[in-house]
Design a protein around this ligand. Structure first.
Ligand code: FES
Length: 98
């Protein structure tokens, strides 16, 4: 028995200038986790950081989306979204998505 082909719609995003396809409805945090190195930023002491709480509390998932600092765990990927990791994500500068 064969499995039916997936008909899940996808959206194209651009992560660090590299185009990627992800299923529609994927959070930015999940999209980043699916590709190496799976991190969002580098701490001031040089440590790789990645989403921790997944609910908008820890701010470890700060990335730059369309030029603005956002929380990857609180942002859903949309067609053409440009995401940059390690791009000026200073502590306290994150803006949760509406
Ligand atoms: S993972 Fe904690 S705020 Fe996004």
């Amino acid at each position: 028995m064969t499995r039916p082909a997936s008909h899940t719609p996808t959206v194209q995003i651009v992560v660090n200038r590299i185009p990627r396809q992800v299923p529609e409805g994927t959070s930015v945090a999940a999209a980043l986790a699916q590709q190496p190195p799976g991190t969002t930023r580098t701490s001031v002491t040089g440590e790789a950081r990645a989403p921790l709480c997944g609910m908008g509390v820890c701010h470890e998932c700060r990335v730059r989306i369309q030029g603005r600092i956002r929380l990857a765990c609180q942002t859903v990927c949309v067609e053409g979204m440009a995401i940059d990791t390690d791009a000026g994500t200073a502590p306290g500068s994150a803006t949760p998505c509406p």
